[in-house]
Every structure is written in structure tokens, then in C-alpha cells.
Design a protein around this ligand. Structure first.
Ligand code: AHR
Length: 497
């Protein structure tokens, strides 16, 4: 049995819709073939952007998109990606498959994509191999309406008005692919580069400093101490790495192994936030988990540098649980970006030629849309069931317990007064009876949508794209309580009015 009390009048902070953000890198088929096919493609497109993918992303109200990387960001020189396409220089994408990048998708194309999606752009600058001047000029090119060389250049390239880009990151993973730096060295570099990322007009940049990898608490401590006052957000990257295992074809132990490791996000967010609290008790600086997801062995026969993997109900459980964690920490976590939107790692969309499928992870984003910019409410778990497996995984990198709570939850209140709880049962082997006690208001109507399937490794394929889809189901509302049975490895969104 799972019982929770929803204190519908205990209003906490806003759940920033950017928690439901995405990440697109020049990596494999994320940009080329995934988001962008070019205007001359036979695949239906709007100014070169795939129409089916645009529609699908609009369906989950994508609020923000990060670009151009990732590791690619720290070797990307933005001036290579502007102006007439036939004159743009090529480069080798050394991080990702060693392929030739023709720069046909650059600043203008990315910002047009965001306009078509109706989402905020989040641009990652190059600190690792770029200069201060180069970064500074990119910001000027993006945001200045003054008479200036960069503004003139932008106008000559067909864009009169500045874009007013708000979210700007000063380097990516500078402890690794972004320059292999020590935290104090990067903190100094961050401060220097950030000075020259200017505000133009009314647009105030929201500057993001490269944060820690996983549990590197020393990085967070150093950055907050040395540069906390100069940043608006610190990023955190955390993946569930299973480089020797495919995304499919796992058993109960393999299922448990990945889900358990993913749940360590609760510890990571709590501990990094606690360090941030020491330097920033008012929580001015946000924590952006701007890369997260599952990372398996690439699908057989695909380029190892392209990170193309399938996506199953196991990934849906990971996404649902982590999004509940992010909601519950939304006083500090104000943006997250799943890696990556299309065809790379834990994608929400897969494409093959002109075909497209929505993954189980996509459907979790769909279920969670009522949380966008809603208000977190008090939610007390009174009773839960325990979950483990007969054969425990050999590895437990993060020292997570062998016995987990079966069910996790988060709940928000929308402006119209409706309350939505998203509830995920991670157990692979049992349904759980759930009861949500609605305290504070009288509700007359309860509706529910569920993502469930027969097997934990069920997925959507190009031949069977709708094997895993959301269904509406009836739930019981009586005596101020909502009751339902939550099947194994399933997630439900219950809304009461
Ligand atoms: O998302 C793939 C890669 O993972 C990104 O480029 C990098 O930032 C991280 O290591």
C-alpha cells in the first residue's frame, strides 16, 4: 500500500517549466537528420526543420532547448556557423565520431528552431578552446541592437532585431572535455569570461557556470566560494552509465541496477544544494541539471561516436522518478535538460529516414506537462512498500541501498486550482494500491492518464511505434481520497478539480 497526504493549501515554490527542458548537441543524428534535414530534403520540413519532430516537441510544450553542446560547445567557433551556407567552413567533430561538420546548422538556424518551437534558447559558449573576445562577440551578435560590428554582421546575415537570448553558459564540463581544468583555475576563468558577456538593452543574461560531475562536491564548494556571486546558475551533469549493456534485452537485475543508480539523483541534488546554501542561503543561484539520462552501449551496427540507443519502459521509470525528484527540489533546481532530444542517449524522439517514433520517455514528458510553472504543494508520504530483486547487481557505484521505496510522487497546484500528482511505481514485479488523501479543499472530479505496458523492456519501434502510449483510466474519488492501483513500472498523472 502507498499512502500520501496532499496538503493542497500548503503552497511552496513555483516549479519552473524549464525543469522540463531539453538538450541538442552536434552529436550523431541529433541535429542533422533529427531536428534538421535542410530545406531541400524530401522529408517534410519547415525551413529545414523536420515537421514531424517540431509537432512532437510542441506536443510536450518543450520550454527550453540547450545547444550546441556538450563537449562540442568547447570546440565550436560560432562564426563558422553564420553567413551563406556554401561559404561556411567545415570542421572535424573530434568528440563525436570524427565526422565532418559542415556548419549548415548554426546560430540563425538554432534560434529559428526555438522560435518555431516557441521555446527559450539556452546557448553554451566556448571557454575551453575559444577566446574571451569570441564569446563576448557572440553575446553581442545575439543581443545587441546598438550600432556595432557584430550587429552589422547579424543584419548582413538577414536578422535585423536581436534575439534577446537569456540563458548563456560559460563553458561545458571544463573539468573534462572542456579543458581538463582544476576547479579554482576554472573559477578564475569563469569570472574573466563572464565579465565580457554583457547585457544589452533590457536583456539581462542569466549566466551559467560549469558545475560538478556527479558527486564532485569539491568542485561545487570551490565554484560557489570563488565565483558564486558572479553566476546565476551552476550546472550539474549526471548520467547512469552502462556502457557494456544495451538499452534493451535486460533482466530484473539489470532493470533494478539502472533504476537504483538513477535514484541517486536525490542524494546528488540534496548534497550539492546544501553546499550552495552555505554560500547562497537565499537561493539566488539556481542549480541547472543541464545533462542527465541513461547512457548505454550504442545500438548494434551504429557509429559508437553517435550514442544512438533505444528507450524502454525502464527509461520511462527513470525519467518519471527523476522529474519527481526535480519537482520536489524546485526551490533550487530551476532547469534540467535531458540528454538528448532526438537520436542521442535517452531521447524523447527517434528518427530513421522519414520515420519518427516517440519513446516511452517522451510520454513521461507528456504526462508531466501540468507541472509546468505550477506551484509545488506539501506532500507527505505516510506509507510505502519496499522493493528489491532476488539477484542483486554486483556493482553499486553510488552506495545506494539494496532495498528501495516502490513508489515516488510529486504534486503541484495550477493557477485554476486543479492539483496534479505524478506517481511512479518503480517495482518491476508488483502493482501497488495507492491512496492520495486530499487535505484542504473539496474536489469533485478526478481524471488520470497512465503510462503502463506489459513488459519492462517494452519500447516503441519504427515498425510498432504505438506499443507504449498513454491511456486515460478511471480513478475513484470518495471521502476526499483518490484511490487507484498502480501497475508495475508504471507512472500515473492524477488531476483533481
Ligand atoms: O551528452 C553527451 C556528452 O556527455 C556531452 O557532450 C558532454 O557534456 C557529456 O559528457
Amino acid at each position: 500500500m502507498f499512502k500520501a497526504q496532499l496538503n493542497t493549501n500548503t503552497l511552496k515554490n513555483k516549479v519552473d517549466k524549464n525543469i522540463y527542458g531539453h538538450f541538442s548537441e552536434h552529436l550523431g543524428r541529433c541535429i542533422y537528420g533529427g531536428l534538421y534535414v535542410g530545406e531541400d530534403s524530401d522529408i517534410e520540413n519547415v525551413e529545414g526543420m523536420r515537421k514531424d519532430v517540431l509537432e512532437a516537441l510542441k506536443g510536450i510544450k518543450i520550454p527550453v532547448l540547450r545547444w550546441p553542446g556538450g563537449c562540442f560547445a568547447d570546440e565550436y567557433h560560432w562564426k563558422d556557423g553564420i553567413g551563406p551556407k556554401e561559404q561556411r567552413p567545415t570542421m572535424i567533430n573530434t568528440h563525436w565520431g570524427g565526422v565532418t561538420e559542415d556548419n549548415s546548422f548554426g546560430t540563425h538556424e538554432f534560434l529559428r528552431l526555438c522560435e518555431l518551437l516557441g521555446c527559450e534558447p539556452y546557448i553554451n559558449g566556448n571557454l575551453g578552446s575559444g577566446t574571451v573576445q569570441e564569446m563576448s562577440q557572440w553575446v553581442e551578435y545575439l543581443n545587441s541592437d546598438n550600432i556595432s560590428p557584430m550587429t552589422d554582421m547579424r543584419k548582413a546575415n538577414g536578422r535585423d532585431k536581436s534575439w534577446g537570448v537569456k540563458y548563456f553558459a560559460v563553458g561545458n564540463e571544463n573539468w573534462g572535455c572542456g579543458g581538463n581544468m582544476y576547479p579554482d583555475y576554472y573559477a578564475n576563468e569563469y569570472r574573466r569570461y563572464a565579465v565580457y558577456c554583457r547585457n544589452y538593452g533590457d536583456n539581462k543574461l542569466f549566466k551559467v557556470a560549469c558545475g560538478p560531475n556527479n558527486d564532485d562536491y569539491r568542485w561545487t564548494e570551490t565554484l560557489m566560494r570563488m565565483a558564486g556571486r558572479d553566476m546565476d546558475a551552476l550546472s550539474l551533469h549526471n548520467y547512469v552509465w552502462r556502457w557494456s549493456d544495451y538499452a534493451t534485452g535486460f533482466d530484473a537485475t539489470g532493470y533494478f541496477d539502472v533504476v537504483r543508480d538513477a535514484l541517486d539523483m536525490e542524494n546528488l541534488v540534496t548534497k550539492h544544494s546544501t553546499i550552495m546554501d552555505k554560500y547562497d542561503p537565499g537561493k539566488r543561484v539556481a542549480l541547472f541539471v543541464d545533462e542527465w539520462g541513461t547512457w548505454y552501449k550504442v545500438e548494434e551496427g551504429t557509429n559508437p561516436g553517435f550514442l544512438y540507443q533505444q528507450n524502454t519502459m525502464r527509461d520511462a521509470v527513470v525519467a518519471a522518478s527523476l522529474l519527481n525528484i526535480f519537482n520536489n527540489h524546485s526551490d533550487r533546481v530551476r532547469m534540467t535538460n535531458i540528454a538528448q532530444t532526438v537520436n542521442v542517449l535517452q531521447s524523447v524522439i527517434l528518427t530513421e529516414g522519414d520515420k519518427m517514433v516517440k519513446t516511452p520517455t517522451y510520454h513521461i514528458y507528456d504526462l508531466y506537462t501540468p507541472h509546468h510553472d505550477a506551484t509545488l504543494i506539501g506532500c507527505d508520504v505516510l506509507e510505502n512498500e519496499k522493493y528489491t530483486v532476488d539477484v542483486l547487481p554486483r556493482r553499486n557505484d553510488r552506495r545506494m541501498p539494496d532495498v528501495l521505496d516502490s513508489v515516488n510522487i510529486s504534486a503541484t497546484k495550477a493557477e485554476d486550482g486543479s492539483v496534479t500528482a505524478t506517481v511512479c511505481n518503480i517495482a518491476h514485479d508488483k502493482a501497488v494500491e495507492c491512496e492520495l488523501d486530499l487535505i484542504g479543499n473539496e474536489y469533485k472530479e478526478a481524471t488520470a492518464r497512465i503510462l503502463t505496458s506489459a513488459a519492462f523492456d517494452d519500447m516503441n519501434t519504427f515498425d510498432n511505434p504505438d506499443k507504449v502510449v498513454i491511456e486515460s483510466i478511471p480513478v475513484e474519488l470518495s471521502g476526499g481520497k483518490v484511490k487507484f492501483t498502480l501497475p508495475a513500472f508504471s507512472t500515473i498523472a492524477v488531476t483533481v478539480k
